[in-house]
Design a protein around this ligand. Structure first.
Ligand SMILES: Cc1cc2nc3c(=O)[nH]c(=O)nc-3n(C[C@H](O)[C@H](O)[C@H](O)COP(=O)(O)O)c2cc1C
Length: 372
């Protein structure tokens, strides 16, 4: 543990007091039953084991059947899904934790197999590149999506609102809007995937409209201080791109200021990480830190050392850890004690049973290893 530790100090994040600055990043684990896409008892255990995180953000949960793009991923639109998630939130709260659910609509990153043979929907009919769809029939090519009608866009905003209401009923402390990684909200924001000519396309004001309406709808359900949004301004998933990322995302961040959100969560991975910006690519996160006046979470390849540095340099208020939380249910305790970390197994990140899901040992289940 470093001398002047910030990671283990409390933080007031909107309506919640977090005991530390470590956030568990949202991570799809593909363990839901294909029958109804309901979280299982293993999912209850998985999140309960990680309750010492300052905040848990769940894996992406689809807001509607239209928002589905991956097999074995949970939703938050049916009564059975709400009941499944209720068990998760009860277990996390009983273990002393706090938990937001990530609300997800994949947009064009999908396949007709999920939609009775119909095309996936998107802001515009622009085919994603460099990705395939993970379906019950294996990996498949993603077709060119169908552009949503203006009235349909407004209906999707309402689906987000309903999903937020379901999340509240399921006992979540709040919601994170998935505005990152090339999915629907991101597809609206960036001009490579948004070529609309109605009020949701064209100018940056119009392209940001959908994201802002979705956040506003969730805030009307939960209170803005229990709503966050995740953005990945330098991401490239599905070939997502924008002609001026700094200008576009700075505008979004500035507009979000008016709402008083719980947080803005930005992925801008450190060099060497698979999600890192290309060498020479313009960085955006620091611009957003400046533009956004509320709590700010950074994510992407952070270690304890780089996280402490980022907090000390005031680059963020909180750091989200992804893979380290997969392999270490007690990541907070391990870092605080300077203990060794378990090794993650990528083969079980997105597939499998309890193996690689709820069987990573805690310190008390293994001999205590000390820092070399
Ligand atoms: C198995 C896995 C699943 C992921 N699923 C999601 C997801 O559902 N939603 C999301 O916003 N990001 C998702 N991500 C990205 C992570 O939240 C995070 O941004 C990424 O792992 C980088 O952080 P890290 O270096 O601390 O792991 C996923 C990453 C992994 C490894």
């Amino acid at each position: 543990m470093s001398q002047a530790s910030n990671l283990f100090t409390p933080f007031q994040m909107g309506a919640l007091t977090l005991p530390n600055r470590l956030v568990m990043a949202p991570m799809t684990r593909s363990r839901a039953k294909n029958d109804g896409n309901v979280p299982t008892d293993s999912t209850v255990k998985y999140y309960e084991q990680r309750a010492s995180a300052g905040l848990i953000i769940t894996e992406g949960a689809q807001i509607s059947p239209q928002g589905v793009g991956y097999v074995f991923t949970p939703g938050i639109y049916s009564a059975a899904q709400v009941a499944g998630w209720r068990k998760v939130t009860d277990a996390v709260h009983a273990a002393g934790g706090r938990i937001f659910i990530q609300l997800w609509h994949v947009g064009r990153i999908s396949h007709p197999d999920f939609h009775n043979g119909e095309l996936p929907v998107a802001p515009s009919a622009v085919q994603p590149t460099g990705v395939q769809a993970y379906t019950i029939n294996g990996m498949q090519e993603i077709p060119t999506p169908r552009a949503l009608e203006t009235a349909e866009v407004k209906a999707v905003v309402e689906d987000f609102r309903k999903a937020a209401a379901n999340a509240k009923e399921a006992g979540f402390d709040g919601v994170e809007i998935h505005g990152a990684n090339g999915y629907l909200v991101d597809q609206f924001i960036q001009d490579g995937s948004n070529q609309r000519t109605d009020e949701y396309g064209g100018s940056v004001e119009n392209r940001a409209r959908f994201a802002l309406e979705v956040v506003q709808a969730a805030a009307e359900v939960f209170g803005a201080d229990r709503v966050g949004i995740r953005l990945s301004p330098t991401g490239a998933m599905g070939g997502i791109n924008d002609s001026d990322r700094v200008k576009t995302f700075r505008y979004v961040a500035e507009q979000l200021n008016q709402l008083g959100l719980a947080y803005l969560h930005v992925i801008e991975a450190l060099p060497g990480h698979p999600m890192a910006p290309q060498p020479g690519q313009e960085l955006v996160a620091a611009h957003l830190r400046k533009a956004f006046t509320g709590p700010f979470i950074l994510n992407g390849g952070y270690t304890q050392e780089t996280a402490e540095k980022a907090l000390a340099n005031n680059e963020a208020d909180l750091i989200a850890f992804g893979v380290p939380f997969i392999a270490n249910p007690d990541l907070v305790e391990r870092l605080e004690q300077g203990a060794a970390l378990n090794t993650p197994d990528p083969a079980t990140f997105y597939a499998g049973d309890d193996n690689g899901y709820i069987d990573y040992p805690t310190l008390t289940e293994t001999p205590v290893a000390t820092e070399q």
